[in-house]
Design a protein around this ligand. Structure first.
Ligand code: SME
Length: 160
């Protein structure tokens, strides 16, 4: 297979549809979660415009620990309930934050980040971790982005 996906869509719906199908083919048949998280973060980082951090925090015994990602080195451990990722883990709800500086307890890992979306990854009722995407642009993530990223999360939850 080729790993050169070259996704360039004019509209977001097509972009996320192509991204979801590239993700499916990239991870299908591979059971290793680290390999899949590494490739998924690289694919999403390369495909979405205006993002500066894409990666995973894993639920390890009720604490979030950073997993494979693309971007600047990030904080390693985040308690449930802390910051945007911790809120997603504690509530199991998507956090789509227009301006992270206005979010109480936001953890600034990269000072370039201004908006963020975090999707909880749940399988069989268990929280596996979260997918976190940061942008230097305020208000980068629309409702359309949210539904696209949620679909990526559903694909990932099945295999991580
Ligand atoms: N800003 C996040 C921390 C993780 S980094 O953005 C990579 C938060 O508040 O949860």
């Amino acid at each position: 297979m080729t790993y050169d996906f070259k996704i360039a869509a004019a509209d977001k719906a097509t972009l996320y549809r192509d991204l979801a199908s590239a993700l499916e083919s990239l991870i299908s048949g591979e059971p290793d979660p680290i390999a899949n998280m590494a490739n998924a973060s690289a694919l999403i980082f390369e495909t979405l415009p205006d993002v500066n951090w894409v990666g995973f925090y894993r639920n390890v015994g009720g604490e979030l620990i950073v997993g494979p990602f693309q971007g600047r080195p990030a904080c390693i451990r985040i308690p449930f309930g802390s910051g945007v990722c911790g809120a997603a883990a504690a509530t199991r709800q998507v956090q789509r934050i227009e301006d992270v500086h206005a979010f109480p307890g936001h953890i600034a890992c990269d000072s370039a980040s201004n908006s963020e979306i975090v999707v909880p990854l749940i399988r069989d009722g268990d929280l596996i971790g979260v997918l976190d995407i940061d942008s230097p642009k305020t208000g980068r993530f629309s409702e359309e982005d949210e539904s696209g990223v949620v679909k990526l999360g559903e694909i990932l939850s099945r295999i991580l």
